[in-house]
Ligand binder design. Structure first.
Ligand code: LMR
Length: 394
């Protein structure tokens, strides 16, 4: 039977991870997969996570099943972090998921059940796995303009013009903050205009928020998602704890669905639980429990917020340092956008050939579309990268 299987297209980010690991050079620099690294190149377990895990080891008395939708305390704590009361409880259905990817997959399955004809609109560019999941689910997909390659900022008029063509019942994937892969984000005024447009079109926003706290701070990064979900009758939110709690391998995420009223919430909730049961039954609990313990314990929460701010400020410092290093080498401000972008990623705007040159000659690994993980840098490797960018003629 297996002879009927076809080879699948490789995920570019995952393939790059393997290639980097196999490169024997000591001087190699990994700016590929979106993982935070400290100045020594390690991805640390966050202090509050370690402390919560220690407590859990002592206190946990059972590994028996939780609930199909995940531990209700986790659902409450994480939805609180993202929405902070923007949506009434009577309208909010939610179920824990194995990571942000699980939440996106489940959100699209829910849409497919509700409207098999829905077209899924995605920013051009977007996270490659969005495209891959949509294709896997055999859903229709249309890109909307998002990034202006010349200014390296959001092409907002292009975005609005393209979203003017969405139909009622279509789904529009928006990045809640820290756009992946570009680093260019909507401002609040633009969030309001998008919200108004989707409301007028009766389209459903699906907000992917995987980097809350990595851009302008925990609160600022959630303002867009809070505005859109509190304004429109229906929306979906896929939240991930992989990055902001550093619990990547624990697969910790949440799918939230906002309904117009409590009756529809009950049906939606039941569908979310049903989907969990079909796909994996109970969602993973360890990461979720640790996240909930941190969010609900004032001391652990303060410790976590402090470390998250350190991480965020480190990334901002690296952004400024890189923009300045390039300014010094080129005598121009054309890389100033690197200090303006937010989150882990920036799209540099290099050609695939230039990306290849940087890899072959300088051991710098970035995704082929020239997405760089800023959090993969440290103050010493910034200069190596700046030299490589100039040498490759970007
Ligand atoms: C990334 O974009 O690098 C991360 O979200 C990791 C992943 O799963 O692709």
């Amino acid at each position: 039977m297996f002879e009927h299987l076809n080879a699948q297209a490789q995920d570019k980010i995952m393939a790059l991870m393997v290639e980097y690991r196999e490169d024997p050079r000591d001087t190699k620099v990994d700016l590929g997969v979106g993982v935070y690294k400290d100045p020594t190149g390690n991805t640390p377990v966050m202090r509050a996570v370690k402390a919560a895990e220690k407590q859990l080891l002592e206190k946990e008395t059972t590994k028996s099943y939780t609930a199909l939708g995940g531990d209700p305390a986790f659902v409450k704590a994480l939805s609180g972090l993202v929405l902070n009361g923007a949506v009434e409880e009577g309208r909010l259905a939610a179920a824990a998921q194995p990571g942000g990817t699980g939440a996106i997959h489940q959100a699209l399955e829910l849409v497919k059940m509700a409207n098999p004809d829905a077209t899924v609109w995605v920013s051009d560019p977007t996270w490659p796995n969005h495209l891959s999941i949509i294709k896997h689910l055999k859903m229709k997909m249309t890109p909307y303009r998002y990034f202006d390659n010349d200014t390296r900022a959001v092409d907002f008029s292009g975005m609005m013009a393209d979203l003017g063509n969405v139909a009622a019942g279509d789904v529009v994937i928006l990045h809640g903050c820290c756009h992946n892969p570009t680093g260019a984000n909507l401002n609040m005024e633009q969030w309001k205009e998008v919200t108004e447009l989707l409301g007028a079109k009766q389209a459903l926003p699906l907000i992917d928020i995987a980097y809350q706290g990595f851009g302008d701070g925990l609160e600022a990064d959630a303002l867009g998602v809070r505005h859109i979900t509190s304004t429109l009758p229906e929306s979906l939110i896929a939240a991930s704890c992989s990055k902001n709690f550093g619990v990547y391998r624990e697969r910790t995420g949440l799918l939230m669905a906002v309904s117009p009223d409590d009756k529809m919430k009950a049906v939606t909730q039941q569908n979310l639980t049903h989907l969990n049961r079909q796909n994996f039954s109970f969602p993973p609990d360890h990461g979720a429990r640790v996240v909930q313990m941190i969010l609900d314990d004032p001391a652990l929460r303060t410790e976590w917020e402090t470390e998250l701010e350190e991480v965020r400020n480190t990334m901002l410092g690296l952004r400024t340092q890189l923009a300045e290093a390039l300014q010094a080498r080129t005598g121009s401000d054309r890389f100033g956008f690197l200090a303006e972008h937010r989150g882990m990623f920036s799209r540099l705007g290099a050609t695939p050939e230039q990306v290849e040159t940087m890899k072959e000659k300088h051991g710098i690994y970035m995704v082929g579309d020239s997405r760089m993980n800023i959090a993969g840098l440290n103050k010493d490797t910034v200069d190596i990268l700046a030299d490589a960018i100039v040498d490759a003629g970007v």
